[in-house]
Design a protein around this ligand. Structure first.
Ligand SMILES: *[C@@H]1O[C@H](CO)[C@@H](O)[C@H](O)[C@H]1NC(C)=O
Ligand SMILES: *[C@@H]1O[C@H](CO)[C@@H](O)[C@H](O)[C@H]1NC(C)=O
Ligand SMILES: *[C@@H]1O[C@H](CO)[C@@H](O)[C@H](O)[C@H]1NC(C)=O
Ligand SMILES: *[C@@H]1O[C@H](CO)[C@@H](O)[C@H](O)[C@H]1NC(C)=O
Ligand SMILES: *[C@@H]1O[C@H](CO)[C@@H](O)[C@H](O)[C@H]1NC(C)=O
Ligand SMILES: *[C@@H]1O[C@H](CO)[C@@H](O)[C@H](O)[C@H]1NC(C)=O
Ligand SMILES: *[C@@H]1O[C@H](CO)[C@@H](O)[C@H](O)[C@H]1NC(C)=O
Ligand SMILES: *[C@@H]1O[C@H](CO)[C@@H](O)[C@H](O)[C@H]1NC(C)=O
Ligand SMILES: *[C@@H]1O[C@H](CO)[C@@H](O)[C@H](O)[C@H]1NC(C)=O
Ligand SMILES: *[C@@H]1O[C@H](CO)[C@@H](O)[C@H](O)[C@H]1NC(C)=O
Ligand SMILES: *[C@@H]1O[C@H](CO)[C@@H](O)[C@H](O)[C@H]1NC(C)=O
Ligand SMILES: *[C@@H]1O[C@H](CO)[C@@H](O)[C@H](O)[C@H]1NC(C)=O
Length: 405
């Protein structure tokens, strides 16, 4: 049975209370031809997650809602459409607090930078494990023709038109958005990123997990121990080009772990709009610059690579693909530790973000990217803080074929 039929049955069975403020929104959605989405609201309302979502929407303030059109919603598998919790979480990922229309009045930040990051309402801890329990972000960009495309989704997703309904900006889109998956699934979902050699390498790199077991680096990043990370992921060509350098690290697990750690920011999800000079998980400086050839990342004074793809979202962090290996074998564990402490102490989200996610010092509006006080879960912090020392415990040798791409 298609979702449409489920919806029809539900619509007939459910009469939305006339005094519910969401009724007006439902009616306006219907009037705009977004009937399938409007029909989902009563289903969502059956779950605790959905009721919390509606309370948030009715609590005042402006919201921006990406509304999949009828065609898009008809393709949602029935097992999801009938699961009001799953549906509520999916819909949470389509809603952002705030008005993303820029002051000039053009829609969705046409005059904002080409890539805009917005913080959605998706915060279910089983689906999002970012630092400070922040909710998941959505990334969209402007195409040369002026169309707005949601970026890094498995299918091309484009904004069809924009309407304003009360304090709600309604952006019709032609797909249902996919919630960012695990690190390895996020990379696998985009074969164009050409990062399978890296994933093979990480699959063959063992670290000691929180429980003392040996786990692959992939499982470590995919799991829930890491809350908030930025991974500069060398693509296949990068690993190929660095083959002889990497060969010199063969048999030295310490060096391999240090080099990997120099590709990671521990405890911070830095998006393209929030990249700022920082310290890697191995304690080395990570610095950024742009010129007419593109945007670059450097590790210490040792290596520089061009960033070739940005903002690949994972449930617990973000990946940027780079065209070179940051083959820096230096490390500084106390710098790594204080960088992680700094990240976790600023992570708790104290301000609601109602505009593009950007650096607090940047020129972007909204911000609210920062916070203070609070400390993370102790055990988790210790594990994260000791990421590098855990990695140093690696005894398994790196499978040579992993490097020999
Ligand atoms: C906006 O898009 C929706 C879905 O594609 C469509 O049904 C509706 O007619 C459009 N509205 C306008 C004003 O173009
Ligand atoms: C949600 O459910 C509540 C009762 O639990 C009801 O009062 C409200 O009208 C419903 N809202 C929508 C949008 O269906
Ligand atoms: C998650 O979001 C919902 C809906 O916006 C809200 O009711 C709830 O308080 C949030 N939970 C946390 C832990 O922030
Ligand atoms: C909603 O947006 C309007 C127009 O931009 C603004 O005047 C109003 O203050 C906003 N409301 C809230 C609660 O932010
Ligand atoms: C994140 O949420 C968990 C419960 O899901 C809570 O134990 C923890 O204190 C929260 N962390 C922060 C930094 O808010
Ligand atoms: C933004 O996009 C436009 C059109 O695609 C392009 O001309 C411009 O160079 C881009 N700006 C930046 C900073 O990338
Ligand atoms: C998505 O859009 C881009 C840019 O228009 C295009 O190059 C690409 O082929 C499209 N992908 C699919 C799967 O349609
Ligand atoms: C968002 O802000 C713009 C500019 O201030 C305003 O024109 C527009 O009506 C607002 N949209 C909503 C939904 O409040
Ligand atoms: C890496 O491991 C993951 C599971 O952790 C698996 O799904 C994936 O296929 C593996 N990839 C490669 C290239 O070995
Ligand atoms: C981890 O791997 C090492 C080397 O293969 C082995 O000596 C050790 O027993 C393993 N630890 C566990 C808990 O399996
Ligand atoms: C292994 O690499 C580490 C980190 O670069 C280095 O300090 C150490 O000397 C290397 N060990 C050997 C045997 O080369
Ligand atoms: C980042 O570091 C680079 C290299 O040290 C430096 O040139 C640049 O000014 C720094 N950027 C900021 C914003 O501090």
């Amino acid at each position: 049975m298609l979702l449409r039929n489920v919806l029809l049955a539900t619509l007939i069975a459910t009469s939305v209370a006339q005094n519910d403020p969401l009724t007006g929104i439902s009616q306006a959605l219907n009037a705009n031809g977004l009937t399938a989405f409007a029909g989902l609201l009563p289903i969502v309302n059956r779950s605790t997650v959905g009721q919390g979502l509606f309370r948030t929407l009715l609590s005042g303030g402006n919201f921006s809602i990406f509304v999949p059109n009828n065609q898009a919603i008809s393709q949602v598998p029935q097992n999801i459409a009938g699961d009001s919790d799953a549906l509520a979480n999916i819909i949470s990922y389509h809603i952002l607090q705030g008005n993303f229309t820029d002051p000039s009045g053009s829609v969705l930040g046409q005059n904002l930078p080409n890539v805009t990051i917005g913080r959605t309402l998706l915060n279910d801890s089983s689906l999002v494990q970012l630092e400070g329990n922040r909710s998941q972000v959505l990334v969209w960009g402007k195409e040369s023709g002026g169309a707005i495309r949601i970026l890094n989704q498995p299918s091309n997703t484009t904004v069809q038109n924009v309407t304003s309904i009360g304090g709600f900006g309604v952006y019709a889109i032609d797909r249902v958005l996919t919630i960012p998956p695990s690190f390895s699934q996020a990379l696998a979902a985009s074969p164009g990123l050409s990062t399978d050699a890296l994933v093979a390498l990480l699959n063959n790199t063992l670290i000691t997990g929180a429980d003392g077991s040996n786990i692959s680096f992939t499982s470590f990043l995919d799991g829930s121990a890491v809350r908030g990370f930025t991974f500069f992921a060398p693509n296949n060509a990068a690993l190929q080009a660095a083959q002889s350098t990497l060969a010199t690290l063969q048999g030295n697990a310490t060096a391999v772990q240090v080099v990997l750690g120099n590709h990671i920011v521990n405890g911070s999800s830095l998006y393209s709009t929030t990249l700022a000079n920082t310290t890697s998980a191995s304690g080395e400086p990570l610095t950024f610059f742009s010129n007419s050839s593109g945007s670059f990342v450097s590790s210490g004074n040792v290596a520089t690579a061009r960033i070739v793809a940005t903002n690949v979202l994972a449930k617990n962090g973000v990946v940027h693909v780079i065209d070179g290996v940051l083959a820096n074998t230096q490390s500084d564990s106390s710098a790594a530790s204080s960088a992680f402490q700094g990240a976790t102490s600023t992570a708790p989200q104290t301000a609601t973000e109602t505009g593009p996610v950007s650096n607090p010092t940047g020129t972007g509006s909204g911000g609210g990217n920062n916070g203070s006080g609070g400390s993370g879960n102790g055990a988790l912090s210790v594990f994260n803080e000791n990421l590098i020392s855990s990695m140093l415990l690696v005894v398994g040798t790196i499978v040579s074929t992993a490097f020999m791409v």
